[in-house]
Design a protein around this ligand. Structure first.
Ligand SMILES: NC(=O)c1ccc[n+]([C@@H]2O[C@H](COP(=O)([O-])OP(=O)(O)OC[C@H]3O[C@@H](n4cnc5c(N)ncnc54)[C@H](O)[C@@H]3O)[C@@H](O)[C@H]2O)c1
Length: 257
């Protein structure tokens, strides 16, 4: 039995990953911002209904003390930390010329520093345990290609790929693999908001921007959280043992790299 932690698990992709890892047989700690407590507790209950143990923790991934507590509380409550999924992230849809320095810092604090803090705190715990581990981060198609109107978001997701490559090299000697997942368009609250903001900028209605982007997907549909969770299940399990430092696209065929 291994123990996993998934951040940003109150909804969306994080929730799907947490439930999938539970079905795979991991005990799963879930965390999110304190304001998401009710939804997070629903995720915890659904995990426990699969027959594994869970704990719901509150914390902001951009805050060092918070992330330290998330890692320590997982190990204390569930016995160890073997898989850490740094999933939490935020988006912004804005032309570069309209982005303020404060907005730039906020995006990088959550998507960049947040992943750095999660990776390093998880690694410290796994090194202490001496039994290796799997560290997994959320990048994006926007981590492989800089998208107009998603410029700062894209820069944070390129950063996740860089951190993933460096961490993989630094922690291989401890038996830790580090990989990232790069979804395309996943039908979550984040995309509802991106679609709304793109619609306002481009003068098109709700759902139109998502529909236009979906037309370019080879497999002919947008992604579900479960599509992404299936790949994270592989990254969290033993079948991915000979893979590290990678950030593979799970996007239905949007980008070909
Ligand atoms: N939805 C997509 O199409 C898509 C595509 C590529 C990558 N991603 C990435 O996948 C991850 C999950 O995206 P999603 O679509 O499920 O988003 P979402 O907005 O539906 O859910 C994100 C969760 O993260 C939490 N969160 C936000 N800031 C946090 C913080 N500072 N500390 C802790 N938790 C925080 C939110 O409360 C929310 O529950 C993100 O990193 C996102 O960038 C999403």
């Amino acid at each position: 039995m291994t123990t996993a932690h998934v951040t940003g698990a109150a909804r969306g992709i994080g929730r799907s990953i947490a439930l999938r890892l539970a079905r795979d047989g991991h005990d799963v700690a879930v965390s999110d911002l304190a304001g998401m407590a009710e939804a997070l507790d629903d995720t915890r209950k659904e995990i426990e209904a699969t027959g594994v143990r869970s704990v719901a923790l509150h914390g902001d991934v951009s805050d060092p003390a918070s992330v330290r507590a998330l890692v320590q509380d997982t190990a204390t409550e569930l016995g160890s930390l073997d898989v850490f999924v740094a999933n939490a992230g935020i988006a912004q849809t804005k032309a570069l010329l309209d982005v303020t320095p404060e907005e730039y810092d906020t995006l990088h604090a959550v998507n960049g520093r947040g992943v750095f803090l999660c990776y390093t705190e998880a690694a410290r715990q796994m090194i202490k345990q001496g039994t290796g581990g799997k560290i997994i981060g959320a990048s994006s198609i926007a981590g492989h290609k800089g998208f107009g109107l998603l410029g700062i978001y894209s820069s944070t997701k390129f950063g996740v790929r860089a951190l993933t490559q460096a961490a993989a090299q630094e922690w291989a000697e401890h038996g830790i693999t580090v990989n990232a997942y790069c979804p395309g368009i996943v039908d979550t609250q984040m995309w509802v908001e991106v679609d709304h903001d793109l619609g306002e900028i481009n003068g098109v209605g709700e759902g139109e921007s998502m529909k236009a982007m979906a037309e370019g997907i080879t497999l002919g549909r947008v992604s579900t959280g479960e599509d992404v969770a299936a790949y994270v299940s592989f990254l969290a399990g033993q079948d991915s043992n000979y893979m590290t430092g990678q950030a593979a696209l799970i996007d239905g065929g949007m980008l070909f790299v």
